[in-house]
Design a protein around this ligand. Structure first.
Ligand SMILES: C[S@@+](CC[C@H](N)C(=O)[O-])C[C@H]1O[C@@H](n2cnc3c(N)ncnc32)[C@H](O)[C@@H]1O
Length: 495
């Protein structure tokens, strides 16, 4: 895959800063990509920070152009490995043991005494942006101090979007400076002291580590692999990085997950004043879902609710399925709510268009006939197919000026001879040219070749998953109606 949309920027000259070298256009590409993937809204004032953090990756990869790096992440990263590296270097992971200690006091004072009274209760606690582990281990230490041996009845799920900090959290080794705020007793009961080459380092004891399970969860995804009935959610000092829309979606989904007497803990500079009809404040940045608010937890237009919309299928133990629609030749679909549109392509092409700000996306599937170039008939047909899709996206709240695109298909079947090759090639050329003329950046393409493709496009994230099919599989008629097939591998319920 390649992109013709990204021009190379000049490389860094001695003494020049990364911030100065990254153009405003390049910064916008990264801002949009990061916002779309993580929910993190990096303002324009963060130009130098964005440039300097991303230049770390350029150095590691021996690259000198931000444009080339963007093309790599956006277009040539099917496994999304480099995207994870980018996320690792862009996230802010500052944390410490017993940070905002009043929350742990609240746990000790308000929550745990009730648990010990009703001994059958098993707490499910989620540390939803756990960074390098200090937060979930502080919770584990608090449980152990209050409940002794009984602490191990309870479960802590610790998650973060950054794979790097999760590795550190699971290792659970900390420097002297990181444990300096702990009491001597906490250090002795909770940690093993390193010797030899580990001297000056401390590892959380196995009995505390066993209380915590780690997983990579992106809070910006429309569904999380978590069953409702969570007792405590710690989501501290992460929401501040998201814009209001992303915060709103996450906070409503937290409300869906919390048990009727559960608590939500936010960071010191975070609040949810605009959700006062959903949450009530019961302590310093501690909240509960208001009684009777359950019915209004979700915005009526949101899809992906754990409580389910008619098109969604959810069974215990599986993540909620996205509403799906399979389109056939001549069709198109667009959606402003989370959904997946899929199709199977041979010599036909599909354009996926997406407005990252409105989070509206859609896909078409068309085939230009092998017509007379002089009459422009095939081109007119293609323009019509593209305009239908763009209009539908605009109807759903998208803005034509913000659209980005991906294009797939145009495969040639050897059995169709020269005419077949001509059709496939002109279809691929048309979609590239149309996007270029319209100024719609082509972020990724898989056009040409000989293999049919299955394309699955997420309308709310702009993500496209592409699978090459054997020719025989392609000959089988694709299902045409909406299906709620199980989600792909990796979607497991964690606790
Ligand atoms: C400043 S740390 C807060 C750590 C801890 N909760 C505390 O208060 O000490 C913010 C964390 O949020 C994580 N984060 C950012 N965006 C995220 C997302 N979309 N999903 C999950 N975690 C995210 C970052 O990787 C980072 O580790």
């Amino acid at each position: 895959m390649n992109s013709g949309a990204h021009r190379s920027a000049p490389s860094l000259t001695p003494g020049e800063s990364a911030g100065a070298r990254m153009s405003v256009t390049e910064r916008r590409w990264f801002q949009q990509l990061i916002r779309r993937e993580t929910g993190i809204a990096l303002g324009d004032a963060k130009h130098d920070l964005i440039a300097s953090r991303i230049s770390r990756r350029l150095r590691v990869l021996g690259m000198s152009s931000f444009s080339d790096y963007y093309a790599l992440v956006a277009d040539r990263d099917p496994e999304r490995a480099e995207l994870r590296e980018l996320i690792d270097c862009i996230t802010t992971n500052k944390t410490s043991f017993f940070r905002e200690n009043h929350h742990f006091e609240f746990l000790r004072r308000e929550v745990l005494p009730r648990v010990t009274e009703r001994s059958s209760r098993r707490l499910r606690i989620w540390s939803a942006a756990c960074s390098s582990g200090e937060e979930p281990y502080s919770i584990a230490i608090t449980l152990q101090e209050a409940l002794g041996q009984n602490a191990n009845r309870h479960q802590i799920l610790a998650s973060d979007i950054s794979a790097k900090v999760l590795r550190e959290a699971e290792l659970a080794v900390y420097d002297e400076s990181q444990v300096s705020e702990l009491s001597r007793r906490q250090l002795e009961r909770g940690f093993l002291r390193g010797r030899g080459r580990w001297s000056g380092r401390y590892r959380v004891r196995p009995e505390l580590r066993s209380l915590v399970k780690f997983a990579r969860i992106n809070l910006n995804e429309s569904s999380w692999p978590i069953e409702p009935g969570v007792d405590l959610i710690f989501c501290r000092n992460a929401l501040i990085y998201f814009d209001r829309e992303a915060q709103d979606g996450m906070l409503r989904r937290f409300a869906d997950l919390l048990s009727s007497d559960g608590y939500l803990f936010l960071g010191h500079s975070e609040n949810l004043t605009w959700l006062a009809d959903l949450y009530e404040r019961v302590g310093q940045t501690v909240y509960r879902v208001r009684q009777g608010a359950a019915q209004s937890r979700r915005k009526p237009t949101d899809a992906g609710s754990l409580r389910g919309r008619p098109t969604e299928v959810r069974s215990r133990g599986t993540a909620p399925a996205l509403p799906r629609r399979r389109i056939a030749l001549g069709e198109m679909a667009a959606n402003a709510t989370p959904s997946e549109i899929s199709t199977v392509l041979g010599s036909c092409v599909a354009a996926c268009l997406y407005d990252p700000e409105a989070r509206v996306g859609g896909m078409n599937h068309f085939l230009l006939p092998d017509g007379d170039a002089a009459t422009q008939m095939p081109r007119r047909y293609g323009v019509h197919a593209m305009e239908l899709l763009i209009n539908e996206i605009m109807k759903q709240g998208g803005d034509r000026r913000r659209l980005v695109g991906k294009a797939f298909g145009g495969a040639h079947s050897p059995s169709l001879g020269d005419a077949g090759r001509r059709v496939a090639e002109s279809n691929a050329a048309f979609v590239r040219r149309f996007l270029q003329v319209e100024g719609i950046p082509l972020l990724a393409e898989r056009l040409g070749g000989e293999q049919p493709l299955e394309v699955r496009f997420e309308t709310h994230s702009g993500r496209a998953r592409v699978r090459a099919l054997a020719r025989a599989a392609f000959l089988e008629p694709p299902p045409t109606s909406s299906t709620a097939a199980p989600r792909g591998e990796g979607d497991v319920t964690l606790f």
